[in-house]
Ligand binder design. Structure first.
Ligand code: G6P
Ligand code: MG
Length: 214
């Protein structure tokens, strides 16, 4: 029996990937190399510092930890200049409706995101009050595909992993859900998210009936 739904944020509830892209691209240009949208795909679901490592790998650049932290902070300041201006109309289609339907059916809701900016985004989208628990990048030490973020979510909701369904757009996120013993709905394409129990193109394709049949 399903008692809770755990949502990833970036790529599931909101499309922040383009803001991350603009900020990482600007940093790459400063460092003297090109960063493409295809490269950006590699950063989805990946933590900020790991993302920087991948970026530097693409540019074939090595640097000390201190300098890396300075660059990550600069990228984040740039990224935050976009997300602090976000409006509720940037919520992806169907997300609000599905969350409301879940609440009407007494399903608990948690956020499970690697982002340290998750609270800012939820506040800007006016979604904070819908969530019974929020586990974000400030609360976890192990990145997806480790299940820590989702297991903490289940714990905060006081439900068992087997009673949870995770919604994820990143392969590492699907793996995290499965490693935690949870059901998973992939948001994207079966080519990338084939390990999930069900793959849909967005939350507009979800409803309580489909959830109950998982
Ligand atoms: C999500 C996004 C990643 C991002 C990560 C950390 O998982 O999909 O692209 O790097 O969060 O985000 P942050 O807001 O903490 O830099
Ligand atoms: Mg995501």
């Amino acid at each position: 029996m399903i008692k809770a739904c755990l949502f990833d944020l970036d790529g599931v509830i909101v499309d922040t990937a383009r803001y991350h892209f603009i900020a990482w691209k600007a940093l790459a240009e400063e460092l003297g190399f090109e960063f493409t949208e295809k490269d950006n795909e590699r950063l989805k679901g990946v933590s900020r510092m790991r993302s920087l490592d991948i970026l530097l790998e693409i540019g074939n650049i090595e640097m000390e930890q201190e300098k890396k932290e300075e660059l990550a902070t600069r990228k984040n300041d740039h990224y935050r200049s976009f997300i602090t201006q976000m409006k509720p109309d940037e919520i992806l289609p169907g997300a609000t409706e599905f969350i409301k339907e879940l609440k009407e059916n007494n399903i608990k809701i948690a956020l499970g995101s690697a982002s340290k900016n998750a609270m800012t985004i939820l506040d800007r989208l006016q979604l904070t009050d819908w969530f019974d628990a929020v586990v974000d990048g400030t609360k976890v030490s192990k990145a997806k595909p480790d299940p820590e973020v989702f297991l903490k979510g289940a714990e905060e909701l006081n439900v068992l992993p087997g009673e949870c369904v995770v919604f994820e757009d990143a392969e590492a996120g699907v793996e995290a859900a499965l490693a935690g013993g949870m059901k998973c709905v992939g948001i994207g394409t079966p080519e990338v998210l084939g390990k999930a129990h069900l793959v849909v193109s967005g939350l507009h394709e979800m409803n309580f009936d489909k959830l109950s049949k998982l």
